[in-house]
Design a protein around this ligand. Sequence first.
Ligand code: CA
Ligand code: CA
Length: 231
Amino acid sequence: MKAYGVVLITVLSGVGCAGMEETGEFEELGSEPQALGCAVKGDGKTTLRFINRCGFNVTFAGNNISGGNLASGAEACRTIGSNTDHMISKRYWGFRQGEDPGFEHHSLAEFGFNENAFGYASWDWFNLSYVDAHNLPLKIIPYDLGTGTTCTGQTRSCVKDLLPGCPETGKLRNAAGKVIACVSRDRDNPNSTVAKYFDASCSQSYSWSGDDSVMAACNAEDFDIVFCPLN
Ligand SMILES: [Ca+2]
Ligand SMILES: [Ca+2]
């Protein structure tokens, strides 16, 4: 994640003037009910719902939460604060249970929650990052605060498993010789072999440190972080 200003135009063009709708004729009770599983929409808290769509157990972890294990198909929620708490530079990740590739060797879901930036009060900025590595496919789904619609189009997803096709230079193997991460050892270089592989494989995650066009932002309350998303 780098400076946000580079992507502001992109974000603005994606959301239009949706922020004005809070003062319109919408009624709270008229909003679409959303099935958020273990998270609760409208409770004043920001909850991350970790969902495992992989065909194997996944361990999840990250900033300001207790991690845990998820069986295939399972979910778990972690509340990280109120929906107005400023929380910057928060990162979340997962790995196949028992196969942690270690620090800087994970696909990341990165967030800045409720930031005041570029004229936006209390917006959330988030992205998927393969800047350091890919180990699991990830998806972030934001859920609007109240009856807002600013999160439309802000879901970010990378479906493809990038371990099998990882260039040899990026392969990180465990003691048994199994590839458990595809590591980018030249994170600031868009023309490195691994960065180009990432960029060609998923257009919605950072493939190198300056790949800012993939940044998402909206006025959200809760989020899903999905491992091995289906779409
Ligand atoms: Ca909530
Ligand atoms: Ca928020």
